[in-house]
Design a protein around this ligand. Sequence first.
Ligand code: F6P
Length: 342
Amino acid sequence: MHIGVLTGGGDCPGLNAVLRSVVRTAEKEYGSTVVGFRNGWRGLLEDDSMVLDRPLVHNLLTRGGTILGSARVAPQKLRDGLGRMREVLDAHGVDVLVPIGGEGTLTAAAWLSSEGVPVVGVPKTIDNDIDGTDLTFGFDTAVSIATDMIDRLHTTAESHQRVLLVEVMGRHAGWIALNSGLAAGAHLVITPEQPFDIEEICQMVTARFERGHRHVIGVISEGATPLPGTMPMREGGLDEFGHKRFTGVAQQLGDELERRTGKEVRTTVLGHVQRGGTPTSFDRVLATRFGMHATIAAHEGHTGQMVALQGTEIGLIPLADAVARLKTVPPARLAELRAFTG
Ligand code: F6P
């Protein structure tokens, strides 16, 4: 059998571990071959590929990023390119395509499957917002990096009796803010699921200093928004795919907080450092298991599916179900923060 593989969307630690796993499982278990398409769907549209074999994936387990390269491709461009993608898959004799990606890539995979192309999806994103899988690889690494950074901010904030706001990634879901905030003992966690109330935050900050505490650490997801009409926010416009651009919500919240409370506020935006470098052991294992089970599913004819972590086991769910909605943080998980914040 010939397996095609691509990595799409924003990269994350563990992608290379999946590639290694797909190649090893395909070659060792089935005697199959693997071809990789470069830069996500673009490689399929432009017939830009490379053979992936065991010598090539040697030493990939710990390497961040993706040796295939990644890119975001506008959905319309993909729809227009269906015929071309079929031609390229046929030319390479690809029996099953394994797209590894987040919401955008998996939505495209579900659509391709509905057009009759055999695909098995692998979920990845540091945001952990793919439905149907308990976790995505990349998330644990991002949370570890963010936690380490927030740990470091406690001491400097305390020395200067400041409020330190840390902006983490998460456009629609606050999983990174939730877990890094809990892990690093943040006093305030703000996620996109629950619009924040600037007045409530000011009261909390003032009350903490009045109680004799020497600092405040707040973790805020990049996609967080204030309650409508409560504070001015600069609009960021849309990117080339029509996605909302983010405008430094932590900085804007920090400016307003400083103005209203008179406390010194500093802001740290973690940005792409959360996606860089070597994956944690947890992410290496999850990525390896995802790659292996996707390859098994491809050989057993379970296409139109996505591999998913279900408890401790790796299962399959229909791609169409996985992309029907984003997995956001449920209210009960946000409520758990109450005992540890403020
Ligand atoms: O979806 C993953 C993610 O890292 C988001 O958390 C973040 O908003 C986005 O990608 C950043 O995308 P880019 O690398 O294109 O700026």
